[in-house]
Design a protein around this ligand. Structure first.
Ligand SMILES: [Zn+2]
Length: 125
């Protein structure tokens, strides 16, 4: 049962028991209200942490590439190291094939098989 259905029937969003009292109440008691909010904020936090750790891993790999001096690392090698190209913090359409991707302060361009022009870039203002 989804949250809207439960709300329409006047059932607690947390435990599903009937809610008594004011018709706009969503929970049967304070304990259920707290449990529900803790669960929601917990899953949001885990989701945020998962995305951030992907971005951070990409960033560390890009830093290693910059320090190692490899100018056009292969996507396959990067993927093996854990690089996930779908996680970026910025994207700028330049023109076809020259689009710029960003992971925090590191910018790069890419083809299907390689990254190139990896560089530190000034912070976005
Ligand atoms: Zn309840």
């Amino acid at each position: 049962m989804n949250n809207n259905t439960q709300k329409e029937k006047g059932l607690c969003l947390n435990c599903g028991k009937p809610v008594t009292g004011r018709s706009d109440k969503l929970f049967c008691c304070g304990k259920c209200k707290n449990e529900w909010h803790n669960r929601i904020s917990g899953s949001e936090r885990r989701s945020r942490e998962r995305v951030f750790s992907m971005l951070w891993k990409n960033y560390k790999i890009l830093e290693m590439v910059l320090e190692g001096g490899e100018r056009t690392p292969e996507m396959a090698t990067l993927s093996n190291a854990g690089f996930r190209p779908e996680y970026i913090t910025g994207f700028r359409r330049i023109r076809h094939g020259r689009d710029e991707y960003r992971c925090f302060d590191i910018c790069y361009n890419k083809t299907e098989t390689r990254l190139y022009n990896i560089r530190r870039a000034p912070e976005i203002l």
